[in-house]
Design a protein around this ligand. Structure first.
Ligand SMILES: [Zn+2]
Ligand SMILES: [Zn+2]
Length: 775
């Protein structure tokens, strides 16, 4: 391959052709989409913006804002709740900083005392600290402070008494600020704006908790006479108006028109080829997306194209950078040094150094995990390569949005992983490029979330009848049951928290699965990591081979009482996989729909899991070399599920015999789990499934897909609502897959408790066609 001095010497189209036409790569490029460039639309500064604030932005290079920034700032300034959902690098922060800083400057008393306060909430500490530096860099006389787990007592006291622009995270709001509201009364009473940045992070159980933390915040502010305006921001939220209202409980104005400039963008979709390697049950396996990413990274760097490769894991990012460097060494000995990897946890100086050398073009290729989204300011790239779909459509555009110098042309390449969702997307470009169907879901009514949140609210201030509507239509029932079990006590002034514990400790807002199991190294006693309670039985049982950050361990013992798994470094030459029995019973059906003779339903279920044994598989190769029984207790999960049933006569009519049914239902279940993220912002690890040729509660063939979190997270409900689209994509994926009898791209699942057995690809297609023909 030749190198050219100027990347603009070849167009993006030529570049894509060149990548795709390397001998042996036939058929890998499945689609190229060209998106036209967009011109900037500027707007004048609002008349109310103070001169010094405008001057501060001007010093940062913003002489004239873009129109969407002004529209957002004007709305927020007028007290309208807003969700700003424009692209990466579209300057969303100016949209809320301008009204927020204005309120602070104008609220100041004559002796410099605090008149207005602003609360900025980011999903992580790192993001809040990043935002802190940016506000400091404006050089304005504003008392800005972060409030997080690292803040000292003195810092906290200062923030409470003087802080005007306070940056924190939902965890601190939940555990520290709200429970101590009496001491923070002056701050809450002066609160004018609440900024919820990167709001797409709040989904699933975490999203439901944060929704209630924000309701608690609103209640406390009201007590001190404040009604803050909420401004939400995200480059990646689908259906922002609905997501924003669900999160805050308030009507929000969506601002989605992006007036920042953009060059022409080409998005290439890429599918790795099948290899000769045989996977589980002899299935064909595709080449790893990360191997393809390393090849493409090397090719682009050797063409002098500044490229960023997104890889799922840290270890993966390091491997991609190393592989690309060794490929480049064959082209030119000076090139390997111009590729690096980036992972989370770098010091600010290290991050700045990487940013600088990318900007100057010394570094041409970078392989990174998503940690890059948090804090590193990378610009000056020509191309972005993604090893796998980043999980959400909007997140894909956010990553592609990293490419493009100013208004220059940019290339994005999305490489499919060997799973049903990625395979579907690279073969159905419309699902990425057409009207969005993926919704950010969470369920604030989940009683497992609402219960502890109402306890926390009651400890902050007794709950009254008038408070209940704020927490949703089911709050009354949940309060009644909390009173019944003695956590709350009814008195004339409302419901009181009577327990001696801190109510906020009842809820771990980032997970709902009980306390995690610690992995402790036998020799050193060091805690190597944790594994969540729900998956510990399957991955950290005695005898399990456990992979952690690229190191192999053998689990010596799992103590469920002490929540500890003792592990030791080992290289046993095999992997293990747990065999699990799952049973499901219907507790109550909430809604249903008929599709001809078939039936779709949504409701409450009990899912019982028991890990009963594990298999040892030789590495490499994968053949089973032994099975050992385990004695682990059953676990029951009360959650929500979507399920569909097909009566016997319809099955017979479609030519499906009794022996076909278990494999057909199981295969349809697997593939549908893989594709649920197409319509809801979850990943396949958030959900589970059970299929049976005859279920005791329905009497007929039934396939269940359930939320893997107690009380449900909204994913199954979304599956019920968008069932036609979801199951239609499932059928297409199975029918289109080029394998004969099933593979990881269609019906095999990496999390199957039954070793992907039985699975029947053809019968699954027939079953789904029958189901959908009646819809
Ligand atoms: Zn397949
Ligand atoms: Zn399975």
């Amino acid at each position: 391959m030749t190198t050219s001095a100027d990347p603009r010497a070849h167009t993006i189209g030529e570049l894509v052709d060149r990548l795709a036409s390397v001998p042996g790569r036939e058929g890998r490029l499945t689609h190229v989409e060209e998106l036209p460039s967009r011109a900037a639309v500027a707007a004048p500064w609002p008349a109310w913006a103070p001169d010094d604030v405008v001057a501060a932005f001007a010093r940062q290079g913003v002489t004239e804002p873009w129109r969407h920034q002004v529209v957002a700032a004007e709305a927020a300034h007028a007290g309208q709740h807003v969700v700003l959902a424009t692209g990466t690098a579209s300057g969303k922060s100016l949209g809320y900083q301008l009204p927020a800083l204005t309120a602070i400057r104008e609220g100041r008393g004559s002796r410099g005392d605090r008149g207005a306060s602003v609360l900025y909430v980011a999903p992580t500490k790192a993001l809040a600290q990043d935002q802190f530096s940016r506000i400091r860099a404006l050089g304005l006389d504003v008392r800005v402070a972060t409030h997080d787990g690292d803040s000292t007592r003195e810092q906290r006291d200062w923030t409470r008494d003087h802080g005007e622009y306070v940056l924190t995270n939902p965890d601190m709001l939940h555990r520290s600020l709200l429970p101590a509201h009496e001491r923070w009364a002056a701050f809450f009473g002066a609160l004018r704006f609440v900024v919820i940045d990167e709001c797409h992070h709040y989904r699933g159980v975490f999203g439901a908790h944060v929704a209630h933390v924000l309701r608690r915040l609103r209640r406390i502010c009201a007590v001190y006479g404040a009604q803050p305006t909420f401004v939400l921001a995200s480059a990646t939220v689908a259906d922002p108006e609905v997501a924003g209202e669900r999160l805050t409980g308030l009507p929000v104005l969506p601002i989605t028109g992006d007036d920042s400039p953009r060059g022409r963008v080409s998005l290439a979709l890429w599918q790795p080829p099948l290899t000769s390697y045989a996977g589980e049950n002899g299935a064909p396996v595709r080449r790893a997306a990360s191997s393809e990413a390393a090849d493409l990274l090397a090719d682009l760097v050797s063409s002098d194209v500044r490229t960023l490769a997104f890889v799922r894991s840290r270890v993966g990012a390091e491997q991609v950078a190393m592989t690309a460097a060794s490929l480049l060494a064959e082209v030119d000995p000076s090139l390997p040094g111009r590729v690096a990897s980036y992972r989370g946890g770098y010091l600010p100086e290290e991050r700045r150094a990487i940013e600088e050398s990318l900007r100057r073009g010394e570094l041409l290729g970078l392989a990174a995990t998503n940690a890059l989204e948090l804090g590193v300011d990378v610009s000056g790239l020509d191309a972005v390569v993604m090893a796998g779909y980043p999980g959400r459509r909007a997140a894909l555009w956010q990553q592609v949005g990293r490419a493009g110098r100013g208004a220059g042309d940019a290339l994005g390449v999305m490489i499919a992983r060997d799973d049903p969702l990625d395979t579907y997307l690279v073969t159905h470009p419309d699902a990425l490029l057409g009207a969005p169907v993926e919704a950010t879901v969470f369920d604030p009514a989940n009683p497992y979330v609402l219960g502890p949140q109402l306890c926390a609210a009651a400890q902050e201030m007794p709950l009254t009848e008038a408070d209940l509507p704020l927490f949703g239509p089911t709050a009354g029932d949940v309060v009644a049951s909390l009173t019944e079990v003695g956590l709350l006590r009814k008195r004339p002034r409302g419901w009181f928290w009577t327990d001696r514990r801190r109510a906020a400790d009842l809820a771990d807002i980032r997970s709902a699965g009980g306390s995690p199991i610690q992995l402790v190294e036998e020799v050193t006693g060091r805690v190597v990591g944790t594994v969540d309670a729900a998956s510990a039985h399957g991955t950290a049982h005695r005898g399990a081979v456990y992979l952690h950050r690229g190191e192999t361990y053998l689990v010596q013992d799992l103590d469920l009482e002490e929540r500890v798994a003792v592990i030791a470094r080992a290289d046993p030459g095999y992997t293990t996989s747990a065999r699990e029995i799952t049973e499901i019973t219907i507790v109550s059906e909430h809604r249903h729909r008929r599709w001809g003779e078939c039936r779709l339903a949504f409701g409450e279920v009990d899912v019982t899991h028991q890990v009963v044994s594990f298999l040892r598989r030789r590495q490499p190769g994968g053949e089973v070399i032994g099975e050992e029984p385990l004695d682990l207790p059953e676990r029951t999960l009360r959650t929500r599920a979507v399920w569909w049933t097909v009566p016997d006569d319809a099955l017979a009519e479609a030519g499906l015999s009794a022996t076909d049914l278990p494999g057909a239902a199981h295969a349809a279940e697997h593939c549908s789990i893989g594709l649920l993220p197409l319509i809801a912002t979850c990943d396949r690890w958030d959900i589970g499934g059970v299929s049976t040729a005859r279920h005791a509660d329905t009497g007929v063939l039934t396939v269940f897909v359930y939320d893997g979190h107690p009380g449900g997270a909204g994913f199954a409900e979304r599956g019920f609502e968008a069932a036609g689209r979801w199951l239609g994509a499932t059928l297409e994926t199975i029918e289109a897959c080029e394998c004969d009898d099933g593979c990881p791209s269609c019906i095999q699942s990496p999390k199957c408790g039954n070793q992907n057995n039985p699975l029947d690809k053809l019968a699954a297609a027939r079953l789904l066609r029958l189901l959908l023909s009646t819809s």
